[in-house]
Design a protein around this ligand. Structure first.
Ligand code: ZN
Length: 256
């Protein structure tokens, strides 16, 4: 398994660290608050060890699978299931489902990852892929992604009102909570994604078009880089520092 090159201070979280985080630090109240409409119909998902190769031995067979968590009583129950799997990543499904489990809309989102940005040192994504470093990134790329996110927010706010930023651990996610945006068709999403790309933004087209409907759960742990997935206010992004901001640093990195 390839070890991705990561900026200094970022590294894979060990199983014990994932356990410590989800047992002691994972803020279930804040995670619940993220879902303005409540948790009913929300599906969660976990990936145990696809990119890190770190997993509990009993889950070896399922280490690369996307495990859907859609049977739970409440958020504490979701937390218990996460502690059982100790995954490298936790997501939620952006689709809205009605009580009959039929998809009735989708949260619009934009994913801006640092590896998509051309780096003066590491080159383009194609260069990085050729070195099997498709998920690797550096400090410069992360900072360029942050600046580009600020521009993308300004771009999207001309069209939408409920744009929320999240630091994903590697890059940034923009979530659009406008009611109209939930109703966009696949074609409309794809057209918007392509338009935004043409404008020069390095977004993941699959996320915006909705083909890829899972997105990282805010306040969960990104086990690839050992960072807490953190919602940010627009004005915080200007000075946001993923290396020192205590809100995104799990205790296992800061306590000695
Ligand atoms: Zn770089």
């Amino acid at each position: 398994m390839v070890q991705y090159l990561l900026p200094q201070g970022m590294r894979y979280a060990a199983l014990e660290e994932r356990k410590e985080f989800y047992t002691k630090e994972f803020d279930v109240d804040m995670a619940t608050e993220w879902f303005r409409g409540g948790l009913s119909g929300v599906k969660f998902a976990a990936i145990i060890g696809r990119h890190t190769g770190i997993f509990l031995e009993k889950y070896r067979e399922d280490a690369e699978t996307t495990i859907i968590i859609d049977e739970y009583k409440n958020i504490s129950d979701v937390k218990e299931q996460i502690i059982e799997f100790l995954p490298e990543a936790v997501y939620y499904d952006r689709n809205l489902y009605n009580p009959e489990d039929k998809g009735v809309g989708q949260e619009l989102a934009f994913d801006l990852d640092p590896e998509n940005i051309e780096c003066p040192i590491h080159g383009t994504l194609a260069d990085k892929m050729a070195r099997r470093q498709g998920l690797g990134f550096c400090e410069i790329e992360l900072d360029l992604a942050r600046k580009e996110t600020i521009c993308l927010i300004e771009r999207l706010e001309k069209q939408f009102s409920g744009v929320q930023t999240v630091y994903s651990g590697r890059g940034f996610h923009l979530h659009v909570f406008d009611e109209d945006a939930y109703k966009l068709s696949f074609k409309e999403r794809l057209a918007l994604a392509q338009q935004v790309k043409e404008e020069g933004f390095h977004i993941d087209e699959w996320v915006t078009s909705g083909e890829s409907r899972l997105i990282r759960l805010p306040y969960s742990l990104n086990g690839l880089v050992s960072r807490i997935v953190l919602p940010l206010k627009k004005d915080e992004l200007e000075s946001f520092d993923a290396f020192h901001d205590k809100r995104c640093l799990p205790q296992f990195l800061t306590s000695f």
